[in-house]
Design a protein around this ligand. Structure first.
Ligand SMILES: NC(=O)c1ccc[n+]([C@@H]2O[C@H](COP(=O)([O-])OP(=O)(O)OC[C@H]3O[C@@H](n4cnc5c(N)ncnc54)[C@H](OP(=O)(O)O)[C@@H]3O)[C@@H](O)[C@H]2O)c1
Length: 239
């Protein structure tokens, strides 16, 4: 677990599963910065978490916004990068501009954030990047999500070596059944699909947001784990 008064920065902490992750860090007494798209919205989300939380506008497809938001500020103990550009595409209907944006967000965007924050990281700092099971298990229209999530593991590997002794790990969740994205899909009729996937998984349930937060906090905390991609998928990649 991150400790009280340690500074946690969650890029993509303004919505999706990044928001409960940010709230969980705040509940531990951490100093917290969240970043997402839109200065007003980020500030509003930050206020909703707590009066001392900082909210910043960051668009990962725009390096200028990354530098403007993150170049200056207090030292950072824990950095978590959550965003994804939900680019649904396949090779037949490939749109290169949309595909490039997906790569900019999850690959060069993540790297530019770490590059910009480097002077604010300490030798004891830890970083967690978000990948996903699609890296190993493509599904309909997951082409760019598969490519981006596979790339995250490569980014994690090189950062773990280049930034040592700063530790760098990644999480690759399977479908997170209680995430806002899948709760919305369930309301639109996807509950049967979720139930079937849960029944198929060796753990016989889908990963939850709490499971993912637990894994992220483990990776941030454990001083001997670096260069590791932790799969939070109930064993789904095996079946
Ligand atoms: N949900 C799942 O079942 C699942 C499964 C496997 C892996 N994952 C991984 O878990 C992570 C979070 O997933 P999620 O379901 O929470 O996704 P989500 O609901 O789509 O949230 C996406 C997040 O990315 C941010 N974002 C999107 N485009 C951005 C951009 N161009 N610049 C900056 N921020 C941007 C959004 O911030 P705004 O507040 O600005 O909108 C939001 O915080 C992703 O990396 C995903 O690959 C999730």
């Amino acid at each position: 677990m991150p400790k009280a008064n340690e500074h946690v920065v969650v890029i993509g902490g303004t919505s999706g599963i990044g928001l409960p992750l940010a709230r969980a860090a705040h509940a531990l007494g951490c100093m917290l910065t969240v970043a997402g798209r839109g200065a007003e919205r980020a500030a509003e989300v930050a206020r909703s978490i707590g009066p001392s939380v900082t909210g910043l506008h960051v668009e990962l497809d725009d390096p200028t916004s990354i530098r403007a938001a993150l170049a200056d500020g207090p030292a950072i103990d824990h950095l978590v990068l959550v965003p994804i550009d939900q680019c649904a595409t396949n090779i037949k209907d490939f749109k290169v501009e949309a595909a490039n944006k997906a790569l900019h967000v999850k690959l060069t965007g993540y790297i530019e954030v770490v590059h910009t924050l480097l002077p604010r990281l300490k030798p004891t700092s830890a970083i967690v990047l978000f990948g996903g099971l699609a890296e190993a298990k493509p599904y309909l229209n997951s082409t760019m999500i598969t490519v981006a999530n596979a790339g995250v593991v490569g980014v994690m590997n090189t950062l773990a070596v280049e930034l040592a002794p700063i530790r760098v790990n990644s999480v690759s969740p399977g479908l997170i059944g209680d995430s806002p994205k899948w709760q919305a899909a369930a309301k639109k009729g996807a509950q049967g699909v979720l139930d079937a996937l849960a029944a198929r998984a060796p753990a016989r349930h889908l990963a939850t947001t709490d499971d993912v937060i637990h894994a992220v906090f483990f990776l941030l905390d454990n001083r001997s784990v670096t260069g590791h991609d932790l799969q939070i998928d109930g064993g789904d990649r095996l079946v």
